[in-house]
Design a protein around this ligand. Structure first.
Ligand SMILES: *[C@@H]1O[C@H](CO)[C@@H](O)[C@H](O)[C@H]1NC(C)=O
Ligand SMILES: *[C@@H]1O[C@H](CO)[C@@H](O)[C@H](O)[C@H]1NC(C)=O
Ligand SMILES: *[C@@H]1O[C@H](CO)[C@@H](O)[C@H](O)[C@H]1NC(C)=O
Ligand SMILES: *[C@@H]1O[C@H](CO)[C@@H](O)[C@H](O)[C@H]1NC(C)=O
Ligand SMILES: *[C@@H]1O[C@H](CO)[C@@H](O)[C@H](O)[C@H]1NC(C)=O
Ligand SMILES: *[C@@H]1O[C@H](CO)[C@@H](O)[C@H](O)[C@H]1NC(C)=O
Ligand SMILES: [Cu+2]
Length: 581
C-alpha cells in the first residue's frame, strides 16, 4: 500500500498540539534487507497537548513520543530490538503478587505477532538502568496485517499502557502483488487511539468490599498512578478544565484529514488501550471492513454503520465520503446496541474523535472484490472433524468465591505464576477452547502468539455479528456467554499466556499460562525455571495445574455447552484447589 511517509515526529515535542490540526503519522522504523535493528529507551516524558502531563514514553534516537514509532516489517524479517530502561531507580520493587506494583519495571510484548514465545516473553523484567535485547524472527509465512507493541509487566501493564507505552507494528506482504490493485491504490492512514483520563469517575465499584480495586470501570491516570505507588509527579495541566477525559489519535486531540468526494482510503484503526470499548461511526461516509486484529477477511464487508473496537483490537476499514463537507469519526453509545456491546460503563462517547474534510474533484475508486489469502496457520478450522481436535480447554472469566468477592479470576483462580501451566498442548495440532463469561460486562479475552478462529457462540443478542463474527480470526475477543474458538498450535512450542485485556484485571490476577509441547510427553526444550510448587516436570521447566481442570470431550455437548453437572464439579474442584493454596 502507498504509505504516508511523513516523519514529523521530531517536532512533536516542540509543538503544542491543538485540535483540528492535520493528523500526523507516527515515525516509521522500516526493515531493510530482512532486518530491523533499533533501540527504544523508556524514560520520563512530558506529554504536551490538550493536557500536559508527565508520564513515561519510548525514546527513539533521543526523541520521545506517544504513541511510539511504528515498526514496519515483512514476513521472514528478523527484528533485533534493544529495550533500555532509563527510568530513575529508587521506587519500591517490593510487592505482593497480583497487585498493582513496580511502576518503573518494564518489558515488551508484540501483541498479535506470531513469533517465538521465548522472545515475546512477558515475564522478562527490565528494571531501571537495565536493558534487554529481543530477537523476533517472523516466520516466512507470517500474515500481513497491523499489530501493536506495548509494555506488559504483570502489575504495571495497565499503568504503563494507559500512560502511553504503546505503538503500531505493521507486517507488510513480502510479495506486493498479493494486495489487489484496488487496495494498493488507496492511501493508508494509521490511527492509533489512546485514552487520556484525568477526572475521577466513581463508576461501579464493589461496595461491600474493602478491595474496591477490581471492578469494571475506567480509572483516571492519576488514580492508577496513586494506586501503583508511583512517585513521579504527573502534574497534569488541562487546556480546558471541562475536558478531562478524551481520546487522542496518534497523540493528537481531534485532528483532521482531507479526502476528495468518493475517494477511498484505508484507515488502520488500533485501539491501544485497556479499558473502554469504542463504537466507531462516520455518519455521511461509507465504511467497509477488510480486516480485524490484523487478519484480512476474504472480501470486504458490505457497508457497515459501526465498527466495534474492543480493548486492544484493530480494524482496517476502507472509508469513502461521497459528498463534500466535514464528517466526524466518532464513538457513540447507541441504545439499540445496549445488549450487543455490553451494558456497562466501559462504552465511550466522543464526537468527534477525528474530522474528515471532503472537498475537491470527485474520485471514483472501486472496492477490491477479494483480499489477500491467509497463510496455512490460519486455515479454516470450522469444519474440522471432532477426532482432529487434539486438545480442549475452558477459560471461565468470573469472580472468585469467598470474601474477596470483587476479585476477578479465571476458572476461579488468580494468576499463579509463570511456571504453572493450566493447560498443556501439542505442537501442530488443533485446539478447541471455550471462553465463558457470565457477567453482563464482557471481559476481553486475549491469547498471546496465536490467533484463534471464532467457531460458535451461545450469545444471542448480536445476530448481525457486530462485536465478533463466526469464522473470523482474532487475538482478542469480547467474551460473552459461551463462545467456542479453535486454533492450530503452529510453529512455536512454549508458553502461551492468556489474560483479560481490561488491563487492570490482568494486573490483579486475571491471567493464566498454558504450554505447547514439541511433541507429546517428550519436550526437549528447557526454558522454564520450574521454581513454583511441587512435582516440577524437569523437561518442561514448569508444573502443570491439577489435572481436574482439563476439559474433556464428554464435558461439552456438540453446541459447545457445558453440562451443568460438569460445571458444579468444576466449581467444587476450584474451591478445593483454592483452599489448598
Ligand atoms: C544492531 O545494531 C547495533 C548498533 O549499531 C550493533 O552493535 C549490533 O551488532 C546490531 N545487531 C545486529 C543483529 O545487526
Ligand atoms: C502545555 O505546554 C505547552 C508547551 O510548553 C504550553 O504552550 C501550553 O500552554 C501548556 N498548556 C497548558 C494547559 O498548560
Ligand atoms: C471545553 O470543554 C467542554 C466540554 O467538552 C466544551 O463544551 C467547551 O466548548 C470547551 N471549551 C472550549 C473553550 O473549547
Ligand atoms: C463448512 O460446512 C458447512 C456445512 O456443511 C458449509 O455450509 C460450509 O460452507 C463449510 N465451510 C467451509 C469453509 O468449508
Ligand atoms: C446464553 O446462552 C443460554 C444457553 O444457550 C441462552 O439461553 C441465553 O439466552 C444466552 N444469553 C444471551 C444473552 O444470549
Ligand atoms: C447442548 O446444551 C444446550 C444448553 O444446555 C442444549 O440446549 C442443547 O440441546 C444441547 N445439545 C446437545 C446435542 O446435547
Ligand atoms: Cu476482565
Amino acid at each position: 500500500m502507498k504509505t504516508w511517509h511523513i516523519f514529523l515526529a521530531l517536532f512533536v515535542n516542540a509543538l503544542a498540539i491543538h485540535d483540528f490540526q492535520d493528523l500526523r503519522q507516527p515515525t516509521e522504523i522500516i526493515s531493510q534487507n530482512g532486518a530491523l535493528n533499533f533501540t527504544f529507551t523508556v524514560d520520563v516524558f512530558r506529554y504536551i497537548g490538550q493536557v500536559n502531563y508527565t508520564t513515561r514514553a519510548y525514546y527513539y534516537h533521543g526523541v520521545g513520543s506517544i504513541p511510539g514509532p511504528t515498526w514496519r516489517v515483512k514476513a521472514g524479517d528478523t527484528i533485533t530490538f534493544t529495550l533500555k530502561n532509563a527510568l530513575p531507580p529508587g521506587q519500591s520493587t517490593e510487592y505482593e503478587h497480583n497487585t498493582m506494583h513496580s511502576p518503573d519495571t518494564t518489558n515488551m510484548h508484540t501483541h498479535g505477532l506470531h513469533v517465538d514465545p521465548y522472545e515475546d516473553d512477558v515475564f522478562i523484567e527490565v528494571h531501571p538502568e537495565e536493558q534487554h535485547v529481543y530477537t523476533y524472527v517472523l516466520p516466512d509465512n507470517h500474515a500481513p496485517g497491523m499489530h501493536w507493541y506495548h509494555a506488559h509487566h504483570h502489575g504495571a501493564t495497565a499503568f504503563q499502557v494507559i500512560g502511553g507505552l504503546a505503538g503500531a507494528i505493521i507486517v507488510d506482504p513480502v510479495d506486493d502483488s498479493i494486495i489487489p490493485p484496488e487496495l494498493s491504490n488507496m492511501d493508508e492512514i494509521v490511527m492509533i487511539l489512546q485514552h487520556m483520563k484525568f477526572d475521577s469517575d466513581p463508576g461501579n465499584g464493589c461496595p461491600n468490599s474493602e478491595n474496591f480495586v477490581n471492578a469494571f470501570r475506567p480509572y483516571s491516570y492519576l488514580e492508577i498512578s496513586d494506586e501503583i505507588g508511583d512517585t513521579l509527579d504527573v502534574n497534569p495541566s488541562l487546556a480546558n478544565t471541562s475536558l478531562a477525559d478524551f481520546y487522542v489519535v496518534n497523540g493528537q486531540y481531534q485532528p483532521r484529514i482531507q479526502m476528495r468526494p468518493g475517494e477511498k482510503k484505508v484507515f488502520r484503526l488500533l485501539h491501544a488501550a485497556g479499558t473502554h470499548t469504542l463504537e466507531i461511526e462516520i455518519p455521511g461516509c461509507n465504511i467497509y471492513r477488510i480486516s480485524r486484529d490484523g487478519v484480512y477477511r476474504s472480501e470486504p464487508t458490505d457497508a457497515v454503520d459501526v465498527i466495534v473496537l474492543i480493548q486492544a483490537s484493530r480494524a482496517d476499514i476502507i472509508v469513502d465520503c461521497p459528498r463534500p463537507g466535514t464528517f466526524n469519526l466518532k464513538s457513540t453509545i447507541d441504545p439499540s446496541r445496549d445488549n450487543i456491546v455490553s451494558s456497562n460503563v466501559l462504552r465511550y462517547f466522543q464526537d468527534p474523535i477525528l474530522t474528515i474534510e471532503v472537498s475537491g474533484d470527485e474520485l471514483i475508486m472501486p472496492l477490491p472484490s477479494q483480499l489477500p489469502p491467509l497463510p496455512s496457520y490460519l486455515s479454516d478450522l470450522q469444519n474440522v472433524s471432532r477426532q482432529d481436535i487434539a486438545g480442549q480447554y475452558r477459560v471461565d472469566f468470573g469472580q472468585l468465591r469467598g470474601p474477596e468477592t470483587c476479585n476477578f479470576g479465571i476458572n476461579g483462580m488468580l494468576f499463579c505464576g509463570p511456571d504453572v501451566y493450566d493447560h498443556i498442548m501439542t505442537l501442530d495440532t488443533i485446539e478447541e477452547w471455550i471462553i465463558k463469561d457470565a457477567a453482563p460486562e464482557s471481559h476481553p479475552f486475549h491469547l498471546h502468539v496465536n490467533h484463534f478462529q471464532v467457531i460458535s457462540t451461545t450469545y444471542q443478542d448480536d445476530p448481525n455479528q457486530i462485536v465478533f463474527e463466526i469464522g473470523e480470526w482474532r487475538d482478542t475477543l469480547a467474551a460473552r456467554n459461551v463462545t467456542t474458538i479453535r486454533f492450530r498450535t503452529d510453529t512455536f512450542p512454549g508458553v502461551v499466556v492468556l489474560h483479560c485485556h481490561y488491563l487492570r484485571h490482568e494486573d490483579l490476577g486475571m491471567m493464566q499460562v498454558t504450554y505447547i509441547e514439541s511433541s507429546p510427553e517428550t519436550d526437549t526444550e528447557d526454558h522454564g525455571t520450574g521454581s513454583i510448587g511441587q512435582e516440577a516436570e524437569p523437561n518442561r521447566g514448569g508444573i502443570k495445574h491439577s489435572e481436574s481442570i482439563e476439559l474433556h470431550e464428554s464435558d461439552m455437548n456438540s453446541s459447545g455447552q457445558f453440562k451443568s453437572s460438569t460445571y458444579v464439579f468444576f466449581t467444587t474442584v476450584m474451591i478445593v484447589v483454592l483452599s489448598i493454596i
